[in-house]
Design a binder for this molecule. Structure first.
Ligand SMILES: [Zn+2]
Length: 98
């Protein structure tokens, strides 16, 4: 059990808002692919986004900000990744937990 007052906080890379880690969404890079790390289990450098900034990823500027936070020049799966995000938005995955 994590101790009260020791909930790790992370900063959204788009709006810079701080929030408890598990209320944000984690992304990371693996072998040149960007991965939506839904269960926070993928190792390596991660970057976090809040629910209200998820849709921003469709914009080139926001997407490149995420890549920058991940120290990546580019990814091999930009289109597929954005489709996955879009499906997440439509299914309500990102609603109400920011
Ligand atoms: Zn945000």
């Amino acid at each position: 059990m994590p101790k009260k007052g020791h909930i790790p906080e992370r900063t959204c890379v788009i709006c810079r808002k701080k929030a408890p880690k598990y209320t944000l969404h984690r992304f990371c890079i693996k072998a040149g692919y960007i991965i939506w790390d839904r269960d926070f289990r993928t190792g390596g450098r991660g970057a976090y986004l809040c629910s209200s900034c998820i849709e921003e990823l469709k914009k080139r500027k926001a997407f490149s900000r995420l890549l920058k936070a991940l120290r990546a020049e580019g990814v091999k799966n930009r289109e597929a990744f954005l489709e996955e995000i879009e499906r997440g938005v439509k299914s309500g995955f990102f609603r109400g937990d920011s």
